[in-house]
Design a protein around this ligand. Structure first.
Ligand SMILES: NC(=O)c1ccc[n+]([C@@H]2O[C@H](COP(=O)([O-])OP(=O)(O)OC[C@H]3O[C@@H](n4cnc5c(N)ncnc54)[C@H](OP(=O)(O)O)[C@@H]3O)[C@@H](O)[C@H]2O)c1
Length: 324
């Protein structure tokens, strides 16, 4: 098998495409022949030694992937050789094969392409947990999505529309705003051209959004929070712009509003039954055509370094997927 090996976590340049022996699955594991693997934000941090999880060296990056089960270890009864699965295991995806814990593999129903499946779990699980569980978003409410053309942002738009909410999508270019409209956003804000506060006021008749979905952080958090509706819920999802913002706490009091943290990974570990129910609902929505990953482009696995560079340029709309 071949894989991108991280022997020294000093960045993308140090990754090397190498031939290594194909491992055999131990008990409760499966060997997966990888067909597609998507890029997520932590895939960059992990090869720079900046992610909270620090795998033993050498490791193969690639947190999320889909493929075909090539061998099963002892005790694996719910998966068969030849079956298509998606998996989010943190590492292992950027190669031709990987070993995965069987418990983390999501069997794919017929008609679920590997490219969509490789770009599914992280973004939809995060945005569903954020909007439904943490945000209590209701039909008829308005949600503002910051960084709306990114991975979790596009998922948030589709899920909010599925729930019957009105969506205002905010992004940094007109092109990204157009993409957001094409997947269901009711209104858009280009926050590099317009004052965020003025634009939110105009888009909500001065009332403000009931829910704000923030995966960007930085300078937008305070003006966005100042614009939130009475009893609003501000979802802290991520800090893609870098800086972690601070907020004066009196702002929560003035609006009777809540600041709500979202950590899907720990939710899945701590509340596995609730997570499984959520994943089943998402798979159903996919089958009904209510949600579908926005794929910016697919690239051959051998071009991983170029894909990382594209992701770093802030130019990606939706998800980048590497294919074998
Ligand atoms: N809490 C959780 O459970 C959870 C789960 C998954 C992901 N996350 C976090 O959510 C964030 C977004 O993840 P994602 O996969 O959606 O990432 P993504 O696809 O790269 O999207 C991030 C968006 O952030 C915006 N952005 C603003 N400043 C940026 C900058 N300096 N560099 C890059 N992007 C910038 C970009 O939109 P514009 O250009 O339109 O501003 C971009 O589309 C990450 O911080 C990630 O770690 C959290």
């Amino acid at each position: 098998m071949h894989a991108w090996l991280c022997e020294n976590p000093v960045g993308v340049d140090a990754l090397q495409w190498k031939e290594i022996p194909t491992p055999q699955p131990k008990a409760s594991e499966v060997l997966i022949e990888i067909k597609a693997a998507s890029l997520n934000f932590p895939d960059l941090l992990i090869v720079q030694n900046k992610y909270q999880m620090k795998p033993a060296l050498p490791f193969v990056p690639g947190s999320e992937y889909a493929g075909v089960v090539a061998a099963v270890g002892e005790g694996v009864t719910h998966l068969k050789v030849g079956q298509s699965v998606a998996c989010l295991s943190g590492t292992g995806g950027f190669g031709t094969h990987t070993i995965a814990p069987a418990a983390l593999c999501m069997p794919l129903p017929p008609g679920f392409p590997h490219v969509d499946a490789a770009a599914f779990i992280m973004i939809y699980a995060t945005s569903h947990h954020a909007l439904v569980d943490r945000g209590q978003l209701k039909a008829g409410e308005t949600v503002l999505v910051l960084g709306a053309a990114g991975g979790v942002g596009t998922a948030a738009i589709q899920i909010a529309k599925t729930l019957g909410a009105r969506v205002i999508a905010a992004a940094s270019t007109d092109e990204k705003c157009e993409l957001c409209k094409s997947i269901g956003a009711d209104a858009t804000i280009n926050y590099t051209k317009e004052s965020l506060r003025d634009a939110i006021k105009a888009a909500t008749d001065g009332k403000g959004p009931d829910v704000i979905y923030d995966s960007v952080g930085g300078d937008f958090a305070e003006p966005a929070f100042r614009s939130i509706a009475w009893r609003g819920r501000y979802l802290v999802v991520g800090f893609a712009s870098g800086p972690i913002p601070s907020l004066p706490l009196n702002l929560t009091l003035l609006k009777g509003a809540s600041l709500v943290g979202v950590f899907w990974g720990d939710f899945a570990r701590r509340e596995p039954k609730a997570n499984a129910a959520m994943m089943a609902e998402l798979a159903g929505w996919y089958a009904q055509g209510k949600i579908k990953p926005v794929i910016d482009s697919t690239m051959p696995m051998s071009e991983l370094k170029a894909a990382y560079a594209h992701m770093g340029s802030r130019g990606v709309k939706g998800k980048l997927v590497m294919v074998n």
